[in-house]
Write a protein that binds this ligand. Structure first.
Ligand code: UDP
Length: 407
C-alpha cells in the first residue's frame, strides 16, 4: 500500500506541472485558493523543461520551443515571469548567427545526397531552386491566385484548381511532407488530421518567418525559470517525483473519483493534465501518442550546422537535429551541443508527446472524454487530457478557459 496523501487542506489538486497545470495553479492561488501540484517527473515545466548542460549551454530537454501568440491575455499571463527576448528584432541577422531570426534551415529534400540546406519554411527561394527557369512563372501564378496573401497552407495549394499550383503542392508533399510526416507520426500522412501538416506554411515571398503573430518571444534564462517564478506563491505547494495515479482511481460504476480509496473531500477539485486513457486504466484500449528519443552529443567545434534547427525528411530514423547554442546566440567557444530527434511510439518508459490525430483515435478519445466529464469535482485539460496538438499559447488559453469556468 502506498503512503496516503492528505489533500484535505487544498482547494485544488493539480496533476501535472506543464503549462496548463501551472497556469491554473497560479490563477487560482491569486484568487486565494490553496493548490497542490503533483508531478511524476523530477522537475517542473513539463515538456518546456530546459537546463544548462555540461557545456554551459541552455538546452531544451524535450525538443525546441519558442513562444508565440496573438493573444494579449495569454501574453499577459506570462510576461511578468521572465525576461523575454523579442524575436522580430533579429530578423535580418545572418542565418548562422541567430536562429531566432526565423531562419530555421531545412535539409534540401529534393536531392538524394544532402546539399546546401534550403530555407524553412518553404518560400520563393525554394521555388527558384526547384523550378530554375520556370520559377518566375510559378511565383506569378501563385501571387495572382492568392492576392494579398503572404502565406498559404499546402491544403490551399491542393485545392487551388490550378494545375501548376497543384503540381507544386504534389512535389512538396512527395519530397518533404510525406517522408517527414510518415517518419514523425508512424502513420500514413493521409490518415492524419490535415491540421498537423497545415502547421507548416508556404510563404509567398522570400521571408523566413515560420509564424506571423504579435508576440514571438524566448525567455532569456529559459522556460524552467519562467515556471519557477509562476509557481512561487504562498498558496502553491508542490510534490515532484510523485505519481498521483498511485492515489487516484476513477470508480466507473459510480462515476466518481476516489482518492486513497475514499471519495474526494468536499471542496477539493482535481485538475488532471495527464493522458486520459491512463487515468481510466486503458479500459477502452490505448490511445496512441507519439514520443521522441533524443540522442544528445557534444561536438568540439564552433558550429555544427547552419542554423538552430535542420530538418531531415529523408534520413533514416531521425527527423531533425537541433543545435541549442544557436538558441539565444549562446556564448560557448569551441563547443556545441546537438540533439538528434528520433520519433517513436510512446510506450513504457517514454513520455507521450503528441496525440496521433487520426479519425479512429479521435473517436476513442471522445469515449474516454465522456466518462471523465461525468466525474464530479474533476476537470481534465491539456495536450494529453484533451488529446490535442496544442502549442504553448493554446495550452495557456485552455488553462484560462478552465479558470474562467471555475470562477
Ligand atoms: N512537417 C513536415 N516537414 C517538415 C516539417 C514539418 O512534413 O519539414 C509536418 C510534420 O507532419 C510535422 C508537422 O508538419 O509533424 C508539424 O511540424 P512542427 O514543426 O510544427 O512540429 P513540432 O515542432 O510541433 O514537433
Amino acid at each position: 500500500m502506498n503512503n496516503l496523501l492528505d489533500i484535505t487542506p487544498y482547494n485544488f489538486v493539480i496533476i501535472g506541472c506543464g503549462f496548463v497545470g501551472s497556469v491554473i495553479a497560479r490563477k487560482m492561488a491569486e484568487r486565494g485558493k490553496k493548490c497542490l501540484i503533483i508531478e511524476r517527473r523530477p522537475h517542473i515545466a513539463g515538456n518546456m523543461f530546459d537546463e544548462v548542460d555540461e557545456n554551459s549551454i541552455l538546452v531544451q530537454r524535450y525538443g525546441p520551443h519558442t513562444f508565440h501568440t496573438d493573444s494579449e491575455e495569454v501574453w499577459d499571463c506570462l510576461k511578468d515571469f521572465g525576461d523575454w527576448r523579442i524575436r522580430d528584432h533579429l530578423d535580418h541577422v545572418e542565418f548562422s548567427s541567430d536562429p531566432l531570426s526565423g531562419r530555421v534551415y531545412h535539409n534540401h529534400p529534393f536531392q538524394d545526397a544532402p546539399i546546401e540546406p534550403v530555407v524553412y519554411p518553404f518560400n520563393f527561394s525554394v521555388i527558384d531552386t526547384l523550378y530554375g527557369d520556370k520559377a518566375r512563372e510559378l511565383k506569378e501564378t501563385l501571387l495572382t491566385h492568392f492576392p494579398c496573401r503572404d502565406r498559404v497552407t499546402i491544403t490551399e495549394l491542393f485545392n487551388s484548381h490550378n494545375k501548376d499550383i497543384i503540381a507544386f503542392a504534389e512535389l512538396l508533399f512527395e519530397l518533404d511532407f510525406r517522408p517527414y510526416t510518415s517518419k514523425q507520426w508512424g502513420v500514413d500522412p493521409e490518415t492524419l488530421d490535415i491540421s498537423v501538416i497545415n502547421r507548416v506554411p508556404i510563404l509567398l515571398n522570400y521571408g523566413t518567418e515560420l509564424v506571423k503573430v504579435t508576440y514571438q518571444r524566448v525567455p532569456k534564462e529559459g522556460f524552467t525559470k519562467v515556471f519557477e517564478r509562476m509557481l512561487y506563491h504562498p498558496h502553491i505547494d508542490m510534490l515532484l517525483h510523485t505519481d498521483a495515479l498511485d492515489h487516484l482511481r476513477i470508480d466507473n460504476a459510480a462515476a466518481t473519483a476516489l482518492w486513497d480509496g475514499k471519495p474526494l473531500p468536499k471542496g477539493v477539485t482535481l485538475v488532471y493534465t495527464g493522458a486520459i486513457d491512463e487515468l481510466l486504466n486503458y479500459k477502452l484500449g490505448k490511445l496512441p501518442y507519439r514520443s521522441l528519443r533524443f540522442d544528445w552529443q557534444t561536438k568540439y567545434m564552433e558550429s555544427y550546422q547552419p542554423g538552430f534547427l535542420v530538418a531531415y525528411p529523408k534520413a533514416e530514423g531521425y527527423t531533425r537535429i537541433v543545435e541549442y547554442k544557436k538558441l539565444l546566440s549562446q556564448y560557448a567557444p569551441g563547443v556545441t551541443t546537438i540533439a538528434i530527434e528520433y520519433p517513436l511510439q510512446a510506450g513504457e518508459g517514454q513520455e507521450p508527446y503528441y496525440p496521433i490525430l487520426t479519425a479512429d483515435n479521435k473517436k476513442l478519445y471522445e469515449q474516454y472524454r465522456k466518462i471523465v466529464d461525468a466525474v464530479p469535482q474533476m476537470i481534465a485539460a491539456g495536450r494529453l487530457a484533451d488529446y490535442k496538438y496544442y502549442d504553448m499559447d493554446l495550452a495557456i488559453e485552455r488553462a484560462l478557459e478552465v479558470v474562467k469556468a471555475m470562477t
